[in-house]
Design a protein around this ligand. Structure first.
Ligand code: F6R
Length: 249
């Protein structure tokens, strides 16, 4: 794992956006794995600015999102499909047919999971996967205890994740209890991973990722075994971690 320390959220977003847009320009047919949540919002904003300056085209780019709530349609402002359209896809020249988000209202959810995984294979795997991390170490919606062998599947969300995400909903009862997520094995198949970590509230999860054991109880710990992970973390997330001591390559 490679760790890049930046001053603050703004700098993290700038660096992440130039990292991603460089890759898109170098490989216009790239398959991106994308995340939602608060962390990547600024990165998407910077990517849109870069696009508007005519620097990068997404015409041939394919994208797969990590996850989607079960029970929400793409028109629901809380769905991840809506988030992606609103915060990124509607502002760039990507072909919407090449943007994949699991269908949270599929009648056969298990079949939807299988299809999603097959679609990723059919597009030749994810070249660059963007990730955020939950305070409990979740990646995608792979909560503590999720199998490292898992592919796209249906999950029950933990109360801590529902609570963290409730800020986007009017009432706690509105936060879905289930989601479809790419599994840990799906994420690990991507050729490269870019993990963004910002804010003091993510310090503990970053510290655990860098210094803790490899365990399914802390899903992100699997990233230590991936051959190409870059973490961009801001000073607030790094806090008092002695980077030189904790990084081993
Ligand atoms: C989002 C996702 C989640 C988030 C994580 C961090 O698609 O899969 O794993 O990356 O919950 O969320 P934020 O960025 O809101 O702190």
């Amino acid at each position: 794992m490679k760790l890049i320390e930046v001053k603050n959220y703004e700098h993290m977003c700038e660096l992440a956006a130039s990292y991603i847009s460089d890759k898109v320009r170098a490989n216009p047919n790239i398959t991106l794995g994308l995340a939602t949540g608060g962390t990547p919002l600024g990165t998407y904003k910077k990517l849109i600015e870069d696009y508007k300056h005519g620097k990068t085209s997404y015409k041939q780019v394919v994208s797969f999102n990590l996850d989607e709530y079960i029970g929400l349609t793409g028109q629901s402002p809380n769905s991840y499909r809506y988030y992606m359209n609103d915060n990124f896809f509607d502002h760039i020249d990507i072909d919407q047919d090449n943007t994949f988000v699991p269908n949270g209202i599929a009648t056969d959810l298990d079949q939807e999971c299988k299809n999603y995984e097959e679609q990723i294979r059919a597009k030749g795997e994810i070249d660059l996967q963007l990730l955020g991390i939950g305070s409990n170490g979740h990646i995608g919606f792979n909560e503590p205890g999720a199998s490292f062998e898992s592919y796209t599947h249906v999950v029950e969300l933990t109360e801590s994740t529902r609570e963290a995400n409730s800020i986007y909903f009017e009432r706690m009862e509105d936060v879905p209890k289930k989601a479809i997520t790419m599994g840990i094995a799906s994420i690990m198949k991507s050729k490269e991973i870019l993990l963004l970590v910002s804010g003091e509230h993510k310090h503990d999860s970053l510290a655990k990722l860098l210094t803790g054991d490899l365990t399914e109880q802390f899903p992100a710990s699997i990233l230590k075994q991936h051959p190409s992970v870059t973490i961009i973390a801001d000073a607030a997330a790094i806090g008092n971690l002695n980077i030189k001591e904790v990084m081993y390559d």
